[in-house]
Each structure stands twice: as structure tokens, then as C-alpha cells.
Design a protein around this ligand. Structure first.
Ligand code: NAG
Ligand code: NAG
Ligand code: NAG
Ligand code: NAG
Length: 914
């Protein structure tokens, strides 16, 4: 900040100096006269006296001549001598006086020089500010260019049968069978779902699937009721009960008479969800035209890669899986190294006739059937007793129905899961018929394995796994060609614990994201189509903030605590207008370029975020060569410390501001004090006060005016989760979450902000805590003691990205938010778990400060025994929900670059105290 009147301050001492200089000259002149002439005069007198006195030449001493004064005629001279000596003494005194005056003036000159130096610095800063402002202005002008207009909409062909049909429907691909003109990039991917009463065979659909499907379709964000604007038309075709009743020909007829089938069914998606393992292939002999098919069973002749898709079986209809029933991911090794259970049914079932005849048709040269070799090898491993493995090739009870050459599942789902929970790996042997590239039985095995953390080993590399074009299965499952069966044991034994756990972890992510609930299953199917045609996902919702109006008026003073930040200004305050972080700049790139990351890392591809902490950064020279918008390099690129550093944000990302979010509950005075302390904080965009009490603020409360808007938002209920809601009034990526009684100095906040800008995906803050292992109870403890290793940074004083507010509120398992509400505690622990789970990185602690509560503030509910007890419980509960302990330790703390560095006196540090 530029202090007004700096120039005046410099001017005054200098004016003073001019009048002094005249005086000084005069004085020096007098002094000179005295010093030069007086010795001459004195010498004359002294020699005269010395001639009368015969004691020889000596230094004049006033008292030594008293004897001589008796001589009468000398008395005159004596008197003269005395007066002269008197005069001499006076002059000597004057000389000293003048000397001290000179010294004083010298000091003044020094200070004058210093203030010139300061003024120069201020000028530099001013220049800096001016150039920054010019910069912003230029950017503003640049941004005022006419907005990007929406692309020209492709109109659906009038005569929709017009475009040429491929030779056979089996060669359908997007380019030949999909009508893009119905799906503009900016259309938002509207999906129309046929009401079930529009086609008769819907009566045969499994009621449970029907019900769950309709339920999730109702809440799905892409579903529209308007068939005329729809991009994709969805027909639920299964799974059918007693499907023998329905003939292929009837099914075909009914499909073709759908209202928007338009002769060839383009842009239609036939979804066949399966809940049972029994499979046939009704659609094989049905002409589905240009419709895409999503089902779990496919023959290679039938499957059109990049067009059809393989969904997961539809087992769960609940909205959230019960995380407590899922076994923990650790210990890594389980009782059995691997297991397999299944049976091959050789009986000819009439309903399978169709498929069978088909197989014979295409199976001219049958591939080697490896099953015998597999059985023999696995049995040998079991008998060798080198490792505990469990393989069973006949079921104890009636095997589930299956396709010929497919290994039938044994037992009930619950029994199978029990065995999987004891298995590190589970073998999935694909059907002997290699034309069967996807079967429900195999999918079922795959998903049951992922659910309880048995790592799938798929024997047969030719199979198509669900969503194979977007999901990288190799990160969660091993796919081994059947001829390698003899090497499988060696292979599995060679895998390290950390790789193993990573695979289990990834499997859990895939299961949770795509397969665990009916919502996820439908979302995954629709997202696959959406991703293929490159339409961005729907934006993630924001929390609408209902503002409580309030009176502002009190001018905030400067807090005495703030004065101790040293004489450095911390950044532009008055010169920087409010600046919201730009949003949604990567709509298409996150869909098209980041497909792998979107699908294979949490939180999955279902939402479009306004910004994420993972957006790519430019190389440093780009900001000087054409891509400089928003960048604020230090010293305009020349670098620097002190003032240059304070005048610009620098770093690798464009300039930005942050929002303070403060949760408060009926502590008005504490709150007002805290707000006042934020007065004059640079880069502060807005303060959002989350009013967690049903009682509105007192009528007569006058809020401080701190130069930025204070928005008070009303909450539905008193919940600590409200602290992390992604309020729509938060316009910056950076959120500084602080407790209403937290005491942070401005320089600490500024430093934290600058550090966060370099570690945007982490929690960056002040109070460190850690999780400690309790030997006796074999569980985790929450610990707040001083320690050289930490794993959490409390959100009572920490920066984090708004992205995590979305994840916390809408993606994190509900069970965790429920626990926070139940205990009215642990929301900060939950946030640390979430961020470490997503990033696999610990938080960052800045500065030496360990405590931050205001001294003398009334204590909040913390710091009693029950508070700590609850926090132990929370940690252990969260570990159960995640299936492992996401927190990671760190022994690292951040201080500013020149902290404690010895500097030459003309150089300044980055911050004075930190
Ligand atoms: C749906 O899929 C199941 C298993 O994949 C299959 O048995 C059934 O015939 C299919 N239904 C239709 C209508 O194709
Ligand atoms: C397939 O359908 C055709 C007529 O549409 C029929 O002649 C043929 O028998 C059917 N094949 C099977 C295996 O159902
Ligand atoms: C990106 O998506 C958001 C949210 O749907 C939208 O508001 C914005 O206009 C889109 N931007 C572009 C360039 O399409
Ligand atoms: C913290 O340290 C003190 C003494 O060093 C110890 O008595 C106490 O149990 C520790 N607290 C925790 C939670 O570990």
C-alpha cells in the first residue's frame, strides 16, 4: 500500500536543512576566524608576557602569573591576559557547542538520506502499483472483446432417413450411425427415457430393476421429459422375466414402433440390466438398427466397439452402500492367496438352444479348451500346500444357470462374498467359447470381487470388460492369457504389498463410483455415451446462499495486533478491485483431454467443476510471450524481495483473491472482533459468515466496515458441515476457513495464501495434529500434543480449494457427514481425510505458530475429555468408511524464503517475522 504524504515527510527535513545550512556556514566561518586568528593574537600577548617573566617559554596558564601582577606596570597586561583567557574559555565552550551541533546536523543528514531512500522505495512501489494497474486495465480491455458466441447449431435433418445406412447394422460406429445434430456441444446432453407404458414387453421386465431404474431416472440430471430436444432416447429392455414367452420377432416389432424410432432407431440406447447370472442373448436375432445396446452378454460378432457398451450387473438398488460391511483393505494379505469356485454345466437347456446353434455356426475351428489344463494346474497348486489356496470345480449346492462353456457361479451371493473376503486374489475363468466376449456370470464375479477387495485375476485376455474404453482395468485387475496358467501362482506371489493395496484401492474406487448403486450404474452408462460424443458433464451444484441482511457502519480500527507485522505493506489493498476467479474455462478439455483422469481417479466423471486444483500450469516464459493475462510476476519478471515481493503475487498461476469463511454460533462479540481484525487484509475478496444459529443476529448489531463485503448466510440447521458447503457467493478458488475466535496476523494469512497458491490441492494452514497408533487397542487415536510429525491441519485456520467443498458436501459418503452431525465434532478431521484420500498427500503446515486461539476468548466446546474421546471415535469410524487410513504423515513445515537469512542492510526480507 502506498502511504499518502510520503513525499511531504521527505520534504520537511530537507527544508529544515536549508535554513540550517546558512547557520552552519556562519558558524563555521566564526569558528574559522577564531581558530585561525586567535592563536596569533594569543601568541603575541603570550610572548610579551613571557619576555617579562624570565622563567622561559611555557604554555599559557591563567593562575601561574599571579606573582608577576605585583609589578605595577605589568598589571594592565595582566588584566588583558585575564580577559583574553576568559575569552578563550568562552570560545572553547562555543567550539564544543558548535561541534555537537555539527554532529547533530550530520545525524539529520543521515536521516534525510534514509528518507530519500525510503521515498525511492515508495516510488518504486508506486511505479509497481501503476504498472500493475495498467496491466489490469489492459486485461480488462482485452476481456471486453465481444463474447464468444455459441456455435452454429447443427439442425437435425428434416428427412431423418436421409443419411446412408452402413451395409450391416453390425458395422455401426458413431460416425455412421449416430446423429450428432441432435446433440450440440452446449446442449447439456438431454436424455429422454421412454415411459414403460409405451411398449408392451415392459410388463415382463424384472420389477425390482424397473422400480430402481425409474427411481434413479427421476433424479438423474440429464433426463428430460421433452422428446423433441433429446439427444439420446433410452429404452429399458430388460432384464426380462420368463423371456421365453417373448419371441424375437415380437420384440423387434415393438421396438420399431416406438414413437421416436424413426425407421432405424438412431440415437437410441437399449439398456438391458441384469440382476441374475442366467444369460441368453435375445437381442442377437433382433434388428436393432442404429440403436446402441448396453447389456452384459455379447458375442464378438454382435458387439460393436465404441458403439455398444457393457454395463455392470445391477445388484444394489440402494442409494448408498453400507460401508461398515465392507472389509478393511488392510491387512493386505488374506487367508487364501487365491480362490476359485464354479462349475461347468454340460446339460442342454432349451432356452440356450439359440446361442448354442449360433456357436456351432461360427465355431469352425474351435480354439484349444484350456479348462482341463487350468483345473489340473490349480489343483496341483492347492495340493502343493506352498500357499493356502481354495479351488473348487463343482458346487456344493445347485450351480446358478449359465451359458454353455461358461463357469457357473456357486451358492448364494452372501456365501460367495464370505469366501472373497478371505481371498487376496480371486480367479475369474472366462468362458471356453472365445467368441463370447462378455458374459453376465463373469461380470458378476468381477464386481463381487471388487466390492470386498479381492483382486480379480481374469484368465482370458480376449474378454471385454465394462466401460473398457474409459476405465483402465489394468490398475485394478490382472488380465492373464490362459496359456500362462502355469505361471499364475508365481505371478501372484511376486506382487508387492504396496502394488497389491493400490490395486485393491483402485478396485474399491471403481466399484464405489460406477457399480455400487443404481444411480451410479445409470450415470456410468449415460456418461459413457456423453464422453464418446464429447459433451461436458453437467456442472456440480452450488449451495444457494440465503443472505441475512445486516447493518454495517462501525469503521474498523487498526487492530493493535496487526501493527506488529513490521513496516512492510503486505500487498495492494486500495489499488486492487474485487476479482473473482474465472470459472468453467476447461469445459471441453476436461471431457476430451482429461478423459483418463476423469474416469480413473476420484471423484469420477459425473460432474463438471468450475475449477479444480489440478488444472495445468503454463511454463514460466509463456507469461512474457503472449499468455500473460492475469500473471503478476514479481518485479515485473525481474524478481526481488521486500517491496517488489509484496507488490506482486508472483508464482506459477495467475493472480487471484481468497474468501474468508467463518462459521459462527451465538458469539457476536467474538465474531465482531474477529471481523474487525480482517480490516485492510490484501487479496481478501469477501467474508462469508455462516450463521449456524436459528436465532438471527441481534437487531442492533452494527457490523464493522472492513472494505470488502461481509455476507451473512442463513443455514437450514445447526451443523458443522455447513462450514464446508460450496456457497454460490464464494467466487474465488481459495477459501480461508477460520474459526470465529482464531487470531491470525495479516502477515501470517498472506504467507499462508502464497504457499497455498503453490500447493492448491492441499490443505495449507497453521494448527497441526496427528493420528497415533494405540498399541493396546489396535486402533487410532487423535493427538494434539507438540510433535515433529503431523498428519492433519485443522480447518480452524487453513486454506483449501473450493473444489473440496463440493467434494465434501456432495461426493464424500453421507455416513461421514452424519457422524459429524451426531457428535457435533470432527468436521475438520473429515476434511483432512477427504483431501488426503483424494491426493494421497499430507497437508502443509506453515510458520512456527502452533496455537491460534484468541487469548481470553470464551472457550468453545473443545478441550474437555469428551471432545477428545469423540475425536478418537471419529477417526476410527472414518477409517472404516474409507476402508483404510487415508492420512499421511509429514515432517515438513514451510517458512518464507529469506526467513532467518542474514541480509546486507540495504536488503529486505520477504516478511519481517515469518
Ligand atoms: C438382457 O441381458 C440378459 C443377460 O445378458 C439376456 O439374458 C437377455 O436376453 C437380455 N434381454 C434382452 C431383451 O435382450
Ligand atoms: C432369426 O430370425 C429369422 C427371421 O427374422 C429367422 O428365420 C431365424 O430362424 C431366427 N434365428 C434364430 C436363431 O432365432
Ligand atoms: C462451461 O460450462 C458452464 C456450466 O455449464 C457454462 O456456464 C459455461 O458457459 C460453459 N462455457 C463454455 C465456454 O461453454
Ligand atoms: C500429551 O503429552 C502428555 C505429556 O507429554 C501426555 O501425558 C498425554 O497423554 C499426551 N496426550 C496425548 C493425547 O497423547
Amino acid at each position: 500500500m502506498l502511504r499518502n504524504g510520503v513525499v511531504g515527510n521527505v520534504g520537511q527535513p530537507c527544508m529544515l536543512r536549508w535554513s540550517n545550512r546558512i547557520r552552519l556556514t556562519w558558524l563555521s566561518f566564526t569558528l574559522f576566524i577564531i581558530l585561525v586568528f586567535f592563536p596569533l593574537i594569543a601568541h603575541y600577548y603570550l610572548t610579551t608576557i613571557d619576555n617579562l617573566d624570565d622563567s622561559g617559554p611555557r604554555i599559557f596558564e591563567p593562575r601561574s602569573g599571579n606573582a608577576l601582577c605585583e609589578v605595577k606596570h605589568v598589571q594592565d597586561l595582566c588584566r588583558i591576559r585575564e580577559s583574553v583567557s576568559e575569552e578563550l574559555l568562552q570560545l572553547e565552550a562555543k567550539r564544543q557547542e558548535l561541534n555537537s551541533e555539527i554532529a547533530k546536523l550530520n545525524l539529520k543528514i543521515e536521516s534525510c538520506k534514509k528518507s530519500i531512500e525510503n521515498a525511492k522505495q515508495d516510488l518504486l512501489q508506486l511505479k509497481n502499483v501503476i504498472s500493475q494497474t495498467e496491466h489490469s486495465y489492459k486485461e480488462l480491455v482485452a476481456q471486453n472483446q465481444p463474447k464468444l458466441s455459441l456455435p452454429i447449431r447443427l439442425l437435425p435433418e428434416k428427412d431423418e432417413t436421409n443419411f446412408p445406412l452402413p451395409k450391416s447394422p453390425n458395422s455401426c460406429r458413431l460416425h455412421s450411425c449416430f446423429d450428432y445434430s441432435r446433440c450440440p456441444l452446449t446442449s447439456g446432453f438431454p436424455v429422454y427415457i421412454y415411459p414403460l407404458d409405451q411398449y408392451q414387453f415392459s410388463a415382463l421386465i424384472d420389477p425390482l430393476i424397473k422400480q430402481a431404474f425409474l427411481e434413479t431416472a427421476r433424479t438423474n440430471i440429464y433426463v428430460t421429459n421433452n422428446p423433441h430436444i433429446a439427444c439420446v432416447y433410452v429404452v429399458l429392455i430388460g432384464e426380462l422375466q420368463g423371456s421365453t414367452v417373448l419371441k424375437s420377432i415380437d420384440l423387434e416389432k415393438q421396438l420399431h414402433s416406438l414413437s421416436y424410432w424413426r425407421s432405424d432407431g438412431h440415437n437410441h440406447l437399449l439398456i438391458n440390466l441384469s440382476r441374475r447370472s442366467q444369460t441368453q442373448n435375445l437381442l442377437y436375432n433382433v434388428s436393432t438398427g442404429r440403436a446402441m445396446v448396453a447389456q452384459s452378454t455379447f458375442y464378438d460378432m454382435q458387439y460393436r466397439p465404441g458403439f455398444d457398451l457393457i454395463p455392470s450387473p445391477f445388484i444394489h438398488a440402494m442409494s448408498e452402500p453400507n460401508f461398515l460391511e465392507i472389509p478393511p483393505q488392510v491387512p493386505v494379505k488374506r487367508k487364501y492367496l487365491f480362490s476359485f469356485q464354479g462349475e461347468k454345466i454340460e446339460s442342454l437347456m432349451s432356452s440356450l438352444q439359440e446361442a448354442r446353434s449360433f456357436e456351432e455356426e461360427i465355431e469352425g475351428n474351435a480354439p484349444a479348451d484350456y479348462d482341463d489344463r487350468i483345473i489340473a494346474t490349480l489343483k496341483a497348486v492347492q495340493d502343493s500346500k506352498l500357499d493356502l489356496v481354495l479351488v473348487e470345480f463343482t458346487c456344493k449346492n445347485q450351480p446358478r444357470p449359465a451359458l454353455p462353456t461358461e463357469w457357473a457361479l456357486c451358492g448364494e451371493r452372501a456365501d460367495r462374498l464370505e469366501l472373497l473376503k478371505l481371498s487376496t486374489f480371486v480367479l475369474i475363468i472366462t468362458p471356453g467359447n472365445s467368441h463370447l466376449i462378455a458374459s453376465t456370470g463373469c461380470s458378476m464375479r468381477l464386481f463381487e470381487a471388487l466390492e470386498v477387495g479381492a483382486i480379480p485375476v481374469i484368465l482370458g485376455e480376449h474378454v471385454q470388460l465394462p466401460y473398457q474404453d474409459t476405465i483402465h482395468w489394468s490398475e485394478a485387475a490382472l488380465v492373464v492369457p490362459k496359456p500362462r496358467i502355469t505361471e499364475v501362482h508365481f505371478l501372484l506371489r511376486s506382487i508387492s504389498d504396496s502394488d497389491l493395496l493400490n490395486m485393491r484401492h483402485q478396485g474399491r474406487f471403481l466399484w464405489e463410483t460406477y457399480f455400487s448403486t443404481s444411480d451410479n450404474v445409470l450415470s456410468a452408462i449415460l456418461s459413457t455415451v456423453r464422453t464418446r460424443i464429447q459433451i461436458p458433464a453437467a456442472p456440480i451444484p452450488e449451495e444457494p446462499s440465503k443472505e441475512i441482511p445486516h447493518k454495517t457502519g462501525k469503521t474498523a480500527g487498526t487492530d493493535p495486533n496487526m501493527a506488529d507485522t513490521g513496516d512492510l505493506d503486505l500487498g495492494p489493498v486500495e489499488t486492487e478491485p474485487p476479482y473473482a476467479s474465472p470459472k468453467y474455462l476447461r469445459n471441453f478439455t476436461v471431457t476430451v483431454r482429461d478423459t483418463y483422469r476423469a474416469w480413473n481417479t476420484a471423484p469420477g466423471p459425473f460432474h463438471l467443476f468450475p475449477h479444480t486444483p489440478l488444472d495445468p500450469t503454463l511454463p514460466s516464459e509463456a507469461k512474457f510471450l503472449g499468455s500473460g493475462t492475469g500473471f503478476r510476476p514479481i518485479g515485473a519478471g525481474a524478481g526481488g524481495s521486500g517491496k517488489e515481493f509484496q507488490a506482486a503475487l508472483g508464482g506459477n498461476v495467475p493472480r487471484e483473491q481468497f474468501t474468508v469463511v467463518m462459521l459462527t454460533y451465538e458469539r457476536e462479540e467474538v465474531l465482531m472482533n474477529s471481523l474487525e481484525r480482517l480490516n485492510g487484509l490484501p487479496y481478501l475478496n469477501k467474508v462469508v459468515v455462516v450463521w449456524n444459529s436459528p436465532k438471527p443476529p441481534s437487531e442492533d448489531l452494527i457490523w464493522p466496515d472492513i472494505g470488502v463485503p461481509i455476507v451473512v448466510v442463513r443455514t437450514e440447521k445447526n451443523s458443522l458441515n455447513n462450514r464446508f458447503l460450496p456457497w454460490d457467493t464464494i467466487e474465488t478458488e481459495a477459501i480461508l476457513s477460520i474459526d470465529d475466535d482464531a487470531h491470525l496476523r495479516h502477515d501470517e494469512i498472506m504467507f499462508g495464501f502464497r504457499v497455498w497458491r503453490e500447493a492448491r490441492d492441499r490443505i495449507v494452514g497453521f494448527p497441526g495434529r496427528y493420528h497415533a497408533w494405540d498399541m493396546t487397542h489396535q486402533s487410532w487415536l487423535y493427538n494434539s500434543n507438540y510433535s515433529c510429525e503431523l498428519s492433519m491441519v485443522l480447518t480452524g485456520a487453513a486454506f483449501f480449494h473450493k473444489y473440496y467443498a463440493y467434494l465434501y458436501s456432495y461426493i464424500m459418503p453421507q455416513a461421514i457427514r452424519d457422524m459429524v452431525d451426531e457428535y457435533i465434532n470432527c468436521e475438520d478431521i473429515a476434511m483432512n481425510f477427504l483431501v488426503s484420500h483424494i491426493t494421497r498427500k499430507p497437508p502443509i503446515k506453515v510458520t512456527s505458530r502452533w496455537t491460534f486461539r484468541c487469548p481470553g476468548c470464551p472457550q468453545a466446546l473443545s478441550h474437555d475429555d469428551s471432545h477428545f474421546h469423540e475425536r478418537h471415535k471419529c477417526i476410527n469410524f472414518f477409517v472404516k468408511v474409507y476402508g483404510y487410513m487415508p492420512l499421511l504423515y509429514t515432517q515438513f513445515r514451510v517458512d518464507s524464503v529469506l526467513f532467518k537469512t542474514r541480509l546486507p542492510h540495504d536488503k529486505t526480507k520477504c516478511f519481517k517475522f515469518i
